[in-house]
Design a protein around this ligand. Structure first.
Ligand code: BEZ
Ligand code: FE
Length: 290
């Protein structure tokens, strides 16, 4: 029997693995444990600090529900979700970005040119673009699931005053890959910070803000489905997104358009009398086997 020491415990952990263990499971678990052991040695972790870490995880477990997963949020604010995403990004395709917890199933159908703003306050934003493959060819009839905050900074699932489907829509792009809709311009908002993640953010002197964005999930047969977001280039939190979701190709100019210039062909045509903004955001998909 070997005596376990602080220097050989990592090696002994590896030796406990069965020969029959799945090779990838073995690789992942061994590397993770090696990094955790090295981290403890590097910072000389105290009992109190270790206990505090476990308490935060326990708290995350207590408040996690199907609607609010504190572990996913923890992964988001530590940059883990974004790093996993970026490890698997395909050069030439639109970057992917965090999904977040506010997507709803069965969103209502939104026709091309349809409107998500309805009677909500807020500035009109016209969003247009084309779904393309990596050679620039349009992909007909791609499915685009879109969601965002209301102008009060809340998603429908956070706000008793909204119906669950407000600011959610499912669009099928036309035969030329074009999609378009009107909405209320989304606003910057804070991730939930009343749990352990909020405590970690405060301890680090970090804020809980995200720059304003629209979320997309884009799917088309034969292509990798894309979870992404689009951000305006003038948002004050663009360079300090608390969940690290901003990528250069997802930052777009929201062009200010004067009153009286709203184009025909949209559900809101004729009813937009004031100035509005317009953003053009093409979505480039990678082939499934890429
Ligand atoms: C969101 O953008 O909806 C979001 C993403 C990560 C954590 C919390 C919210
Ligand atoms: Fe969001």
């Amino acid at each position: 029997m070997r005596t376990v020491t602080k220097d050989n415990i990592t090696e002994i952990f590896a030796a406990y693995f069965s020969e029959d263990a799945d090779p990838r499971t073995r690789e992942v678990l061994l590397a993770m444990t090696r990094h955790i052991h090295d981290f403890i040695r590097e910072v000389d972790l105290t009992h109190d600090e270790w206990r505090k870490g476990l308490e935060l995880l326990e708290w995350a477990g207590r408040i996690t529900t199907p609607e609010r997963n504190e572990f996913v949020l923890l992964s988001d604010v530590l940059g883990v979700s974004s790093l996993v995403d970026m490890q698997h990004s395909v050069e030439g395709a639109t970057s992917s970005s965090v999904l977040g917890p506010f997507h709803v199933s069965n969103p209502p159908a939104l026709p091309v040119g349809g409107d998500m703003k309805r009677d909500f306050e807020g500035k009109v934003l016209l969003v247009e673009g084309t779904v393309r493959d990596m050679n620039g060819a349009p992909i007909p009839h791609a499915e685009i699931d879109i969601w965002q905050t209301a102008p009060n900074g809340m998603y429908s699932s956070q706000d008793a005053d909204q119906d669950i489907h407000s600011f959610h829509g499912l669009m099928t792009a036309d035969e030329n890959g074009r999609y378009a809709f009107t909405t209320a311009r989304p606003v910057s908002y804070t991730v939930p910070d009343d749990g352990p993640v909020g405590e970690i953010l405060r301890a680090a002197g970090r804020h809980p803000w995200r720059p304003s964005h629209l979320h997309y999930i884009v799917s088309a047969k034969g292509f990798r489905s894309l979870v992404t977001e689009v951000f305006p280039d003038d948002d004050p939190y663009l360079d300090q997104d608390t969940v690290f979701g901003v990528r250069d190709d997802l930052v777009m100019k929201y062009v200010a358009k004067p009153a009286g210039s709203f184009p025909d062909g949209f559900a809101l045509s004729g009813s937009v009398k004031e100035a509005y903004s317009r953003v053009d955001f093409d979505l480039i998909l990678a082939k499934e086997n890429h």
